[in-house]
Design a protein around this ligand. Structure first.
Ligand code: NAP
Length: 297
């Protein structure tokens, strides 16, 4: 069992750190908003650190799950950041969805040659984190990924080494491209079913057992019918991810005809006040346009 530190106890990190403890690891956590770390300790046990540096000092493996590129850089080399305490032979594993570029920057410029880095973004949502059923895309050297994988097993349904540092983030971008199109498809199908006077629940249940099935349709159509949009992955995070995808596509010179359109649709949802709604709220956008005959201001 390993001495691990977990930085960032949000919707994802909170249960993930709990799984590490349950797997028998010696876990110390840090969270910017301290009361969440205290809640975590009340729920699971484990230890709290007063700063990322102090958490890193007591660990051989340090995991992060924060927000954007700048948040990751802040917990790494801000005052009392992880780098101030990271051991000379430590392994750093990042679960945030960030750019491939910042992952490479961390590995090449911020860590010493003895310290290892794995970018390990996840898919499976908050429910996947709670159930320990995440898909994990690992980028790094073969040695670093081999060292990371037994730790990640605490909450992985599937994990694979997909290439060098940054490749994990590139694979997660593929995931987000696929998901964005699927959600819009489900929303349009439901919007059409409603306009056609069909029993939306009945039809979507049947579609979900045929060739139109998807995780989004099966897990979200009932909550979408109930106009409930508080089920995990937030629109603000999706906007972040699709901006990252668009920038990487420009860098690669690859055409993605649909993804920027869906990113614009999510901008509309943000204008509607739905930044913290979950990503299935594309249906709400269609319904809003139908009643207002135009885009929200
Ligand atoms: P969240 O609930 O908003 O939590 C974000 C966490 O990061 C909180 O612990 C927050 O601390 C911390 N944080 C953010 N900026 C920070 C900074 N500058 N310094 C220190 N701590 C900071 O987000 P989440 O849903 O757990 O997502 C975390 C990451 O996983 C994101 O990159 C997201 O895109 C990715 N992800 C999320 C999902 C999902 O379904 N939610 C799925 C796959 C991937 P505070 O508590 O102080 O705010």
């Amino acid at each position: 069992m390993a001495a691990v530190a977990f930085i960032g106890l949000g919707n994802m990190g909170f249960p993930m750190a709990g799984h590490l403890l349950a797997a028998g690891h010696d876990v110390v956590v840090w969270n910017r908003t301290r009361h969440k770390a205290e809640q975590w300790q009340t729920q699971y046990g484990g230890k709290l650190a007063d700063s990322p540096a102090l958490a890193a000092q007591s660990a051989d493996i340090v995991l992060t799950c924060v927000g954007r590129d700048e948040d990751l850089l802040e917990v790494l080399h801000g005052e009392s950041g992880i780098l101030k305490g990271l051991k000379p032979q430590a392994l750093l594993i990042d679960h945030s969805t960030v750019s491939a570029e910042v992952s490479r920057q961390i590995a090449q410029q911020l860590l010493s040659s003895q310290q290892q880095f794995v970018d390990a973004p996840v898919s499976g949502g908050q429910q996947g984190a709670i159930n320990g059923q995440l898909s994990i895309f690992c980028g790094g050297s073969p040695e670093a990924v081999a060292r990371a994988q037994p730790i990640l097993a605490a909450y992985a349904k599937a994990q694979a080494h997909v290439g060098p540092v940054g490749a994990g983030q590139l694979a997660k971008m593929v995931n987000q491209i696929c998901v964005a199109g699927v959600i819009q498809g489900v929303a349009e199908g439901m919007h059409f079913a409603e306009a056609a006077g069909l029993d939306v629940a009945q039809v979507m249940s049947l579609v979900g057992q045929g060739a139109g099935a998807s995780w989004q349709l099966i897990n979200r159509h009932q909550t979408m019918i109930r106009d409930e949009y508080d089920h995990g992955f937030a629109v603000d995070w999706m906007r972040k991810d699709l901006d990252i995808v668009e920038a990487e596509a420009r860098r690669l010179g690859v055409q993605l005809p649909l993804t920027p359109v869906i990113n614009d649709f999510y901008r509309d949802v943000q204008r509607m006040g739905g930044g913290r709604w979950d990503t299935s709220s594309l249906l709400k956008r269609l319904q809003e346009f139908a009643t207002n005959t135009g885009k929200p201001d």
